[in-house]
Design a protein around this ligand. Structure first.
Ligand code: S3P
Length: 175
């Protein structure tokens, strides 16, 4: 068990849908005795609505505004593992906020692996298309320049949660 330290910076997890931000984030928080928050959960809690409902009724731009608001709130926290939605990287202001008190790790995976992980899930509006694998490939290409702005890139394909977490913990301890 790790010692709790209130002044520790946050661990921020960014990355495409299905790269394991939530699963890894929750486990990391438990192991490092940090608290856990997810910006998508903040949006849903504050608005009282589901993400899919916000997308379908108000559109993506409204969602991005709510997301930036959630990022501002999360960035004020200390000693948290902050998991973010896959598109949080698209706004430079989000990244600047998250970086102020956080080390940003970008989880990555191949398009095929992402598809394998998300194909039976239906809560992600951007992947509700007839050909999700092609959409994943296109979105990953578009977003690549944004994801690489993270402090560290962490490949998850073919790696267990334990292996990914061990790497993040090793890096974080040195920060
Ligand atoms: C999005 C990813 C989702 C959620 C929303 C938009 C994106 O979060 O924020 O559906 O633009 O990539 P997860 O990455 O947690 O699935």
């Amino acid at each position: 068990m790790e010692k709790q330290d209130k002044n520790r910076p946050n661990i921020v997890l960014v990355g495409f849908m299905g790269t394991g931000k939530t699963s890894i984030g929750r486990r990391l928080a438990t192991q490092l005795r940090m608290r856990y928050v997810d910006t998508d959960d903040i949006i849903e809690r504050d608005s009282g609505r589901r993400i899919s409902d916000i997308f379908s009724v108000d559109g993506e731009e409204t969602f991005r505004e709510l997301e930036s608001e959630a990022v501002r709130k999360a960035s004020k926290l200390c000693n948290y593992v902050i998991s973010t939605g896959g598109g949080v990287v698209l706004r430079e202001t989000n990244m600047a906020e998250l970086r102020r008190n956080g080390i940003i790790f970008c989880l990555t995976a191949t398009p095929e692996e992402i598809y394998r992980r998300v194909r039976h899930q239906s809560h992600r509006p951007l992947l509700q298309t007839p050909d999700p694998l092609t959409k994943i490939r296109l979105m990953l290409e578009d977003r690549h320049p944004y994801y690489v702005k993270a402090d560290y890139m962490v490949e998850t394909t073919g790696r267990s949660f334990g292996e990914v977490m061990a790497y993040i913990k090793r890096v974080f301890k040195k920060c």
